[in-house]
Design a protein around this ligand. Structure first.
Ligand code: S3P
Length: 169
């Protein structure tokens, strides 16, 4: 098992759960959003506002392909990584993909007011979250080898569940 990819909507706990998983497995931890920021030399809101979402997605694909070549990593992916068919293929073929599932309400509570997430800077963020989740759900489900519900659980409980499920496979 060389790579574990965590996918799921913004606010599903990919980063906090991923850090714990990496620690327990003795793997390195990679946050794709951090790598995107580093690669672009600017923040995510800045990439969106100056170059648009398509450019952001291009950098995301480039970064994904780079991390897919690294071993023993837990990788926290941006919530939209599954939009592109090309990315879904890379994820599925190069590691174990774990979907952290959240309800729109819990995601909203966790990410509301976060200026670093350009897609929810709209008058009605909860409605936007519902719409995006609805559109993406099938991609999360079809890309994942394993799905874990996260509502009401701590990152540590989720990490434990993921480890047990991976062990049983
Ligand atoms: C996005 C999720 C974000 C980040 C960008 C776009 C999305 O990552 O990549 O704002 O399309 O859902 P997180 O899921 O880590 O917040």
């Amino acid at each position: 098992m060389e790579r574990i990819y965590l996918i799921g909507f913004m606010g599903s706990g990919k980063t906090s759960t991923g850090r714990l998983l990496a620690e327990r497995l003795g793997f390195g931890f990679v946050d794709m959003d951090d790598l995107i920021v580093e690669t672009a030399g600017m923040s995510i809101p800045e990439i969106f506002s100056r170059f648009g979402e398509d450019r952001f997605r291009d950098i995301e694909t480039e970064v994904l392909k780079r991390v897919a070549g690294e071993s023993n990593r837990v990788i926290s992916c941006g919530g939209g990584v599954i939009i592109r068919e090309e990315n879904r293929r890379v994820l599925k073929n190069t590691g174990k993909v774990v979907y952290l599932r959240t309800s729109p309400e819990v995601a909203y509570e966790r990410i509301k007011g976060d200026a670093n997430r350009p897609l929810i800077q709209v008058p009605d963020p909860l409605a936007k979250i519902r719409e995006l989740m609805e559109r993406r759900r099938k991609w999360y489900e079809e890309t994942a080898h394993l799905a874990v519900d996260t509502d009401g659980k701590t990152p540590s409980e989720v990490a434990e569940e993921v480890l047990n499920a991976l062990r049983d496979r």
